[in-house]
Design a protein around this ligand. Structure first.
Ligand code: HEM
Length: 271
């Protein structure tokens, strides 16, 4: 598609059927059986219903948890640093967003060293994601080096016996788990593959959106200053400070009121 025509396609979104395409593509890329109504009655509908947990007011809890986890990840990175370090900006955004999103959605394993598990998952995920565009255009996975075995390892992580021992799963993940449990025709592996697909959906867009937002802000200091100003103003009006030892709490509604920051992300979504 001519990229300059993208906005016209998006404006006609209602006439385009995403599911016709995504049903086939997702089952192939994430390796679960197609969501046909005859084999899995109501499954697609039930899954769609729980997306309500991720819209409007019910999103408050997820937003709060993401905010806490983002700060946890930053503090951890900061505590590990002994000096200035140069890092590839995409990898930096990837590690922050992946780790915070992962903890927010999949909680924690009460036994294993969570950090090691997450960074191992992130490395595997990054390798899989690099090959994702090829899978989407139907390149056989066998031609994509070790992508198949990496996908296998990622899926194994979400097997029901492992998911059942994790604590503090997000409400949306619990709800998906409960729905999948009702389908005996799905193998444990298929259920795990569905969870893996959700992991991809949760960070597949936020990582590049964060990267592009940061990239443009760094290249346009006047925009960076305005966005900073907007955030500082909100912090001030809510009696908060920024600094290494300050925990920040911004509600979903307050986030929505950040017009400049919001515009920045809408801009990347449409471009
Ligand atoms: C910058 C952030 C994001 C963008 C731009 C984005 C964009 C999209 C788009 C365009 C679709 C296809 C929707 C359709 O036409 O039906 C989609 C689907 C989906 N997204 Fe996102 N998304 C983002 C973040 C997230 C996050 C954070 C999550 C989960 C925590 C998520 C979960 C999903 C899921 C589960 C679907 C599939 C829905 C279905 O089965 O119909 N997304 N996303």
């Amino acid at each position: 598609m001519d990229p300059t025509q993208f906005q016209y396609v998006i404006r006609n979104g209602k006439k385009l059927d995403f599911h016709e395409f995504s049903n086939e593509m997702a089952s192939r890329t994430f390796n679960y059986p197609r969501l046909s109504e005859s084999k899995f009655p109501q499954l697609r509908d039930s899954m769609n219903k729980i997306y309500k947990i991720m819209q409007g007011k019910p999103l408050d809890k997820l937003t709060d948890s993401m905010m806490i986890n983002l700060q946890r990840v930053f503090k951890w990175k900061f505590s590990q640093a002994t000096d200035w370090r140069t890092e590839n900006m995409y990898q930096f955004c990837c590690s922050i967003m992946f780790e915070a999103s992962f903890m927010t959605l999949y909680g924690r394993d009460p036994v294993a060293d969570g950090r090691n598990v997450i960074s191992e998952m992130r490395e595997k995920f990054t390798k899989f994601d690099a090959k994702f565009p090829y899978l989407v255009v139907n390149v056989p996975i066998a031609l994509l080096g070790n992508t198949k075995s990496i996908r296998e390892e990622l899926i194994q992580f979400f097997m029901p016996h492992k998911m059942n021992t994790r604590h503090d799963l997000a409400e949306v993940i619990e709800a998906r788990k409960d729905i999948l449990e009702n389908y005996d025709v799905l193998r444990d592996y298929d259920k795990a593959a569905h969870h893996f697909a959700f992991l991809w959906a949760s960070v597949g867009n936020t990582i590049p959106a964060t990267f592009w937002a940061m990239y443009y802000l760094v290249r346009h200091p006047e925009a960076l200053a305005s966005v900073r100003d907007e955030i500082d103003h909100l912090l001030q009006s809510t009696g908060q400070k920024r600094g290494p030892n300050c925990d920040i709490h911004i509600t979903r509604e307050q986030l929505d009121s950040l017009v400049l920051l919001g515009n920045l992300f809408s801009f990347f979504y449409l471009h």
